[in-house]
Every structure is written in structure tokens, then in C-alpha cells.
Design a protein around this ligand. Structure first.
Ligand code: HEM
Length: 168
């Protein structure tokens, strides 16, 4: 009978929820996403002036950051200078709200173009992080802002699991 094992025991659902990193498709998917995204950023009149001098490895570095945030390897902390380095790259840039909104909008579009999972749970988690993180970027890029450089790289998780979890 459906929902029971051959021994008549209730069937258990999978109990380990994958990380957002694994669900997204891992490093390869994130590099694909950010390569597409920064390509569009450079075609955008509002964002091109902000990014025209970006490091040639910028997309890859942000992919490493996102990977760590989404529960992948802690490689941004390990070899890219961690949270303090990310903060330092935004200090004094004076990112405006229209620039932030465009950045978010292009990144959400790039998620479709890169073929990231389209399920509501993943996209809610993804959009939630991007909204949160970009608003922080505006706050700590403002003139005179003094963000705490000693915070760890944040960890983001599912707002709700991607499938029903079994009870105890
Ligand atoms: C969730 C939001 C954001 C995240 C996670 C993020 C992440 C990062 C990271 C990790 C770096 C450093 C990359 C490295 O190690 O080389 C960086 C740099 C930078 N970010 Fe952001 N960022 C966000 C929002 C924004 C926004 C909204 C803007 C402007 C509209 C922006 C503009 C920049 C610029 C101009 C740099 C320096 C690029 C370079 O010179 O290489 N960021 N960002």
C-alpha cells in the first residue's frame, strides 16, 4: 500500500535536506549564473559605470561567496579574505537604491537564463538572500558607514524545506 514499506511500517521520507548550494547545482551553476549576470551588468547604463573596472575574476569570486553563503565549501573565508574583504570592496561606493534594484532584477533574470532550479522554495530562498544582502550593501557603502568587519560570512537556509519532512 502506498505510504508503507512491505513490512507494514510507515514509509520514511528523506530526512536530510540538501544545502541551497547543492540544490542550485554547486559551483558550476553559480559560476554560470554570475558570468551571465555580470555580462548583462556591463550592458546596463545604470550599472556599467559601477562595474566597468571590476576585477576580471569578479564573477568567480562572487560565485565563491554565494557558494559559502548557501552552505557549500567555506572557500571565501578560507582563501578570499572572508567577510572583511567583501565589506571592503563596497566601502565608500555610495550604491544608490535604483542601482541596487537593477542589480537585484538582473540577478533574478540571470537565474532563469542560467537554468537555476525554478521551484518556489529555492527561488524564495535565493531572492530573500539577494534582497537582504543588496540592502546591506547599500547601507555599508554609504558615506561614513562603519560596518563590523569581524562578522563571519553569513549562512542562508531554506525558508521552508523543498519537500515535506517526515515526523519523528
Ligand atoms: C547580495 C548582494 C551582494 C553580494 C553578495 C555582493 C558580493 C560581493 C563580493 C563577494 C565582492 C568582492 C569580490 C572579490 O572577492 O573580489 C563584491 C564586490 C563588489 N560589489 Fe558587491 N555584492 C552585493 C551587492 C552589490 C551591489 C547592489 C552593488 C552595486 C550596485 C555591488 C557592487 C560591487 C562592486 C562595484 C564590487 C567591486 C568589484 C571589483 O572591483 O572587482 N555589490 N561584491
Amino acid at each position: 500500500m502506498e505510504g508503507f514499506t512491505p513490512d507494514g511500517e510507515p514509509e520514511r521520507y528523506e530526512t536530510t535536506t540538501p544545502s541551497l548550494y547543492d540544490w542550485a547545482g554547486g559551483r558550476e551553476a553559480l559560476v554560470r549564473l554570475l558570468t551571465i549576470f555580470y555580462g548583462h551588468v556591463l550592458e546596463d547604463p545604470l550599472l556599467e559605470p559601477v562595474f566597468r573596472d571590476m576585477d576580471p575574476h569578479h564573477a568567480e569570486h562572487v560565485a565563491v561567496w554565494l557558494g559559502e553563503v548557501f552552505g557549500g565549501p567555506p572557500a571565501y573565508t578560507g582563501s578570499h579574505g572572508g567577510h572583511a574583504h567583501m565589506i571592503g570592496r563596497h566601502l565608500g561606493r555610495g550604491i544608490t537604491e535604483p542601482q541596487r534594484r537593477r542589480w537585484v532584477s538582473l540577478l533574478l533574470d540571470a537565474a532563469d537564463e542560467a537554468g537555476l532550479p525554478g521551484d518556489p522554495e529555492f527561488r524564495a530562498a535565493f531572492a530573500g538572500y539577494v534582497e537582504w544582502g543588496s540592502r546591506l550593501a547599500v547601507v555599508f557603502s554609504a558615506p561614513g558607514a562603519e560596518p563590523n568587519p569581524h562578522e563571519p560570512v553569513p549562512r542562508w537556509d531554506w525558508p521552508m524545506p523543498p519537500w515535506p519532512q517526515a515526523g519523528p
